[in-house]
Design a protein. Sequence first.
Length: 199
Amino acid sequence: MRVIAIGAQGDIGRAACAELADRHEVITAGRSSGDIQVDITDRASIDEMYRKTGKVDAVVATLGDVHFGALSDFTEDQFMLGLTNKVMGQINVVLGGLNTVSDGGSFTLTSGVLDRDPIRQGTGAATANGALGGFVKGAAIEMPRGMRINVVSPGLLDVSVSRYGSFFPGHEPVSSRRVGLAYAKSVEGALTGQVIIVE
């Protein structure tokens, strides 16, 4: 299969690519790195990415910014960062690719643990993660041409502990290998409309 991996240089993106690259042609994309540059906050940039890749069989999106901060200090704009970037960015990756992904192809989005196992200062991320779960469940029953859509929801990755572990007290890290397998399950399997939890 030809697979676009957007956000391939992040910890989650690397885990997904490490699992998929041995069996598939993986085209990497990112804001400032990869085979193709793309800004998921700009629909024209997403459309240009698909124009460059041509027909693909699967799209994996493992990126999206959110704001972390105390709820009492949150502003509407800070909430909108996650909704505009992580949520609508990934949704627009799907909407822009509906005519480029092949019959029976798939989209795999990425959320995270915080909507089911919250941490202090993580309300923005929890909100975005929950929205993505709702999107894939609703979109799955309307996907054209037999296409599938899922979202992978991993816990804190083992490779991310040195940078983010202090924000996740008591959370047991998940292995990058298991996270990669979740993307393989979505891309190569038959699931649709699912939140694939890795914890």
